[in-house]
Design a protein around this ligand. Sequence first.
Ligand code: NAD
Ligand code: DAU
Length: 361
Amino acid sequence: MSSAAGPSAPIIVTGGAGFIGSNFIRCWIANEPTAVINLDKLTYAGNLENLSDLPGERLEFVHGDICDSALVKGLLARRRPRAIIHFAAESHVDRSIHGPDAFITTNVVGTSCLLECTRDYWQRLPADEQAAFRFIHVSTDEVYGMLTPEEPAFTEQHPFRPNSPYAASKAASDHIARAWHHTYGLPVITTNCSNNYGPYQFPEKLIPLMIHNALAGKPLPVYGDGLQVRDWLHVEDHCDAIRSTLATGRLGETYNIGGNSEKPNIAVVQTICDLLDAERPRADGKSYRTQIAFVTDRPGHDRRYAIDSTKIQSELGWTPRETFESGLRKTVRWYLANQVWTERVISGAYRDWIEKNYAAR
Ligand code: NAD
Ligand code: DAU
């Protein structure tokens, strides 16, 4: 093994070239003194350009799959990290409906492979390094299933009732992470958060898709009646919550992370239109709202998610700083200032996906 996994040792981030992972690495480098190793397979959702302005001496990229146990074991032995923050996943619900296999492979098999490699590494560490080591498993509120409009928000005690192939794969990974703590003592903490938004989000997800389509003069495809409710969490607030969890979270616990911003989808889309009307008015003077088009609903579409973040707020002192209004304005401005970024990620493969998901709606 290389030098000790003490406080100055690096952390490993899996999926650090994706949306939340790249924001987390940015946040880590701005706030923490230690180095980061980004282990990423670079699927369609992984983009190293998201990190290209960060200092190279603080960031190492390893191109690899979390399912590749030889690669993961070699990396752990070579770099001797003090923590792993596990973001890598297939993350888009609509893609899981069209093709669930990749979700089972990465989210279930990949997570269990990563946990096994980590257990093998962690068990060989000296006692003080074992005690300091952490595995943060980043998961979703979708594992809890859906709420009616009247039901209270999800607490950590809510039963798991995943409804999409994506949600089921994440729920399975949460169970595996829990078992590795319970059975082997691996120092795992799981976080379950709501819908993230912010810079560098792949334009298949609601907010960047709507901004991109609006500016391109395309329809804004709202599924069903648009009254499904999501809780919106600014990605930088999420990254702060994960840093708090790593610093002082209790082992074996789960923490729900939410933005206190429940909104129906149609309201989100209308607000994006209004912000664009103010920031980048259409040449014909009409509102972007005229581009809204109601389309066939997502199969099995969960009606409402809501997160009760009381536990992380009271135990770890974390609270979201961004309101949805301030966060969405910043986000719209980021996409307006970074249209070149969006154009570059919209490859031929992206166009194939849009055709597959929206042509028959
Ligand atoms: P993303 O799709 O933007 O990025 C996923 C990253 O993982 C990409 O860089 C991809 O290349 C990498 N990856 C995929 N398969 C891999 C593999 N087998 N090995 C190594 N790397 C691989 O995802 P995101 O939106 O940033 O989500 C990150 C995590 O947060 C996921 O675990 C997701 O389930 C969870 N989450 C996301 C949200 C959200 O709103 N985006 C909300 C709750 C939880
Ligand atoms: O709740 C957390 C989850 O949030 C994460 O675990 C997932 O990784 C992340 O993708 C997200 O899942 P959603 O399905 O909620 O996000 P998405 O952006 O795909 O859709 C948000 C809502 O908007 C959802 O109700 C579906 C709707 N929608 C989405 C798209 C892409 C539309 O109405 N039209 C669309 O074109």
